[in-house]
Design a protein around this ligand. Structure first.
Ligand SMILES: NC(=O)c1ccc[n+]([C@@H]2O[C@H](COP(=O)([O-])OP(=O)(O)OC[C@H]3O[C@@H](n4cnc5c(N)ncnc54)[C@H](OP(=O)(O)O)[C@@H]3O)[C@@H](O)[C@H]2O)c1
Length: 330
């Protein structure tokens, strides 16, 4: 299948030799439409998921981010089933998934790992991440269990998600004692949420050689501009998103000036608002930040992968930077 891949310049995941495209595919949207995590998005069925994954592969995306909690294995099962259907050889793509830490201690990392491999069928877990810092166990206890999995060659790299700078450093230091290292921290980062630039996460990641994986890079769809267009936020199937602050009319109004600027730049470049927003993320700290936009339609995945074709000058990047700083919600 590799001949189908478009050439996309790959970057290294942390200090590993794992090469990933600067844009990966977020697979929360494959959670199955049920439960809390599922009802966040409109339901994506297997056929749609297959189209999304297929177009992503064709456009040169070589990695996929999923999690145990996305439909309790549903997203992982859908992803592995469609990869199988598309005859993708296990090991030819990079799979990142996450352990759900809430109400659990670190022993569950080992205990539940078998469920991950079952859900992912024969596709190996390349990057295993702690979904957020909510476990009953300490960070060193969690990292030591992760290190056991890595030493047994059950996973290739260890990551965290939603860890602050101190927690990330602690995780890294624990792994260093075992001769290993932390590879990534998956956090929210987009033109409307630039917290990591101020709270030490980005700086610490750069210092320690940890890749930042930017989740919600399109602010859950807001940075496509579609919710600013009249009435779209009412007609679109918003799911649980409608209860979040950023989808309130007031917040949308606040970000409108930025959307207008992105629209202008996009028109000049022959691209779209979302492509400019994604290009800004992966170029703002080249090679240090990668993005995993989610898609509920094949056209989304196609457009998002094509963002890599948009070239922004340093002046344009700086202009977007300044305009976004003025309207960022946090
Ligand atoms: N670690 C964590 O705690 C965490 C948290 C959140 C997300 N994530 C990961 O990050 C991934 C991405 O984040 P996200 O899904 O929250 O937000 P996102 O990628 O910013 O937004 C995804 C949504 O934006 C819309 N969209 C995407 N591309 C589009 C396009 N080209 N044109 C029009 N609309 C488009 C779609 O909305 P509609 O479906 O409404 O059309 C899509 O479902 C997730 O899939 C997941 O893997 C991780």
């Amino acid at each position: 299948l590799l001949h189908l891949f478009n050439t996309m310049k790959l970057v290294k995941l942390g200090k590993t030799d794992i090469s990933i495209s600067p844009i990966g595919l977020g697979c929360w949207q494959f959670a199955g439409g049920e439960g809390i995590t599922g009802s966040f998005w409109s339901k994506v069925d297997k056929k749609q998921a297959e189209e999304i994954v297929n177009i992503s592969l064709k456009e040169g995306i070589n990695w996929f981010d999923t999690a145990e909690v996305y439909g309790w294995g549903h997203s992982e099962r859908i992803l592995s089933s469609v990869l199988k259907e598309l005859k993708v050889i296990p090991g030819k793509v990079v799979i990142a998934t996450k352990w759900f830490p809430l109400f659990r201690n670190a022993r569950s990392i080992i205990r539940t790992f078998q469920n991950r491999t079952q859900a992912l069928q024969e596709y190996p877990v390349d990057l295993y991440q702690i979904h957020f810092p909510g476990s009953f166990s300490s960070i060193p206890e969690q990292m030591n269990k992760m290190a056991d999995l890595l030493e047994e060659q059950k996973i290739r790299a260890i990551g965290v998600s939603n860890f602050n700078a101190r927690q990330m450093r602690k995780a890294h230091e624990t792994l260093v004692k075992r001769g290993l290292f932390l590879v990534s921290n998956q956090v929210c980062y987009n033109l409307l949420n630039r917290d990591i630039e101020r709270n030490g996460i980005l700086q610490t990641a750069i210092e320690l050689g940890i890749t930042i994986i930017a989740y919600s890079p399109l602010a859950q769809g807001i940075l496509t501009g579609k919710f600013h267009e009249s009435g779209d936020n009412k007609t679109a199937r918003l799911g649980l998103r409608k209860f979040t602050r950023q989808f309130k009319a007031k917040s949308l109004e606040k970000s409108r000036p930025l959307i207008n600027i992105l629209r202008e730049i996009a028109a000049k470049k022959g691209g779209t608002i979302s492509q400019v927003a994604l290009t800004w993320i992966i170029n703002s700290h080249k090679g240090k930040i990668v993005a995993i936009p989610g898609a509920s339609k094949a056209a989304h995945a196609h457009s998002n992968a094509q963002a890599l074709k948009i070239k922004l000058s340093p002046e344009e990047l700086m202009y977007i930077d300044e305009m976004s700083a003025g309207v960022a919600l946090s």
